[in-house]
Design a protein around this ligand. Structure first.
Ligand SMILES: [Zn+2]
Length: 300
């Protein structure tokens, strides 16, 4: 099941009790529905929990039995009866001739109703990406004014949305995991909010581990690169002036490196039979490299 469906299923468990919130939820639902005008109110969904919730909302909110028909997994709730549409219009303070959809803030004055409104809006116009992939929650509508008004509503609620236009749709979206969590909790999906939080913790941890591994790999390859350069120098010295012609300190250093090709500088210093510091050892190895360069330059 998609994360969107999980969230919607959770939201649909919210009890339908307060008349003010019931109206507000229907309001969000129909403002973000497929159609809401004086000819028809049409809500189409494939979510089984929402299919059960819509008739209850209309029954409790308006005493209306909303007609329904299904095609495949999609179910459409369609109100065409003029008197019933008028009832809905007047409940939300619209003139029956109103065509432009806008948000009547007076309907959702109380905080409980704002949450209920956004719940309805998300149920019909919202979606959320699986947080294991990325953080993205959006609300889509074809109505510019509505889009602007819902943005200002969210800003009032301290949720800071972004917006974009995609084909004919105006999209409000959230990218910040904290804002998404707040939004989910507000609309009645605290468990989904928790799942998102857990996904974020896991993702952050995985990133941290990856960074560490990358860092270790980088360090490792640096060690190996340095070692290869030193071994090449030693081999060149041995093929030309021979390493046993070197003074004892450099000879010991060369042998130590030949015997421990994969050791880091620190490990090499610890393996040395005579005490030597890391900088001291590094200096000796560099001397070997310089010597090999001199040999090449002077063609010894
Ligand atoms: Zn309320």
């Amino acid at each position: 099941m998609s994360f969107s469906a999980e969230v919607k299923n959770e939201i649909c468990k919210t009890s339908i009790i307060r008349p003010c919130c019931t109206l507000s939820e229907v309001y969000g639902l129909i403002l973000y529905a497929t159609a809401f005008n004086c000819r028809e109110i049409r809500i189409t969904t494939s979510n089984s929990s929402l299919k059960k919730r819509i008739p209850i909302l209309f029954q409790k909110g308006f005493g209306i039995l909303i007609p329904t028909f299904g095609v495949g997994s999609m179910t459409t709730f369609l109100l065409t009866e003029q008197d019933e549409i008028k009832t809905v219009f007047s409940a939300f303070g619209y003139d029956f001739r109103d065509t432009a959809l806008h948000l009547n803030r007076g309907i959702i004055d109380d905080d409980c109703c704002k949450s209920a409104f956004l719940r309805g809006a998300f149920l019909s116009g919202g979606s959320i990406t699986n947080p294991e992939k990325k953080y993205h929650l959006e609300l889509a509508t074809n109505h510019l004014t509505l889009n602007r008004e819902v943005i200002s509503l969210l800003l009032d609620l301290d949720v800071k949305p972004k917006t974009l236009k995609r084909k004919n749709s105006y999209i409000i979206y959230l990218k910040d995991s904290g804002h998404i969590e707040d939004f989910l909790t507000m609309i009645g999906a605290p468990i989904s909010a928790m799942h998102l939080m857990q996904a974020k913790v896991e993702k952050d941890l995985r990133n941290k581990v990856n960074r560490q591994v990358n860092c270790e790999t980088a360090n490792l390859s640096k060690t190996i690169e340095a070692s290869i350069q030193q071994l090449n120098a030693i081999r060149l010295i041995d093929q030309t002036i021979r390493i046993d012609s070197l003074d004892k300190t450099l000879y010991d250093t060369a042998v130590l490196r030949i015997q421990n090709p994969e050791a880091s500088l620190g490990e090499l210093a610890r393996l040395s039979s005579t005490p030597v510091s890391k900088p001291g050892l590094s200096h000796r190895l560099n001397k070997l490299i310089e010597l090999s360069k001199k040999i090449v330059d002077n063609n010894l």
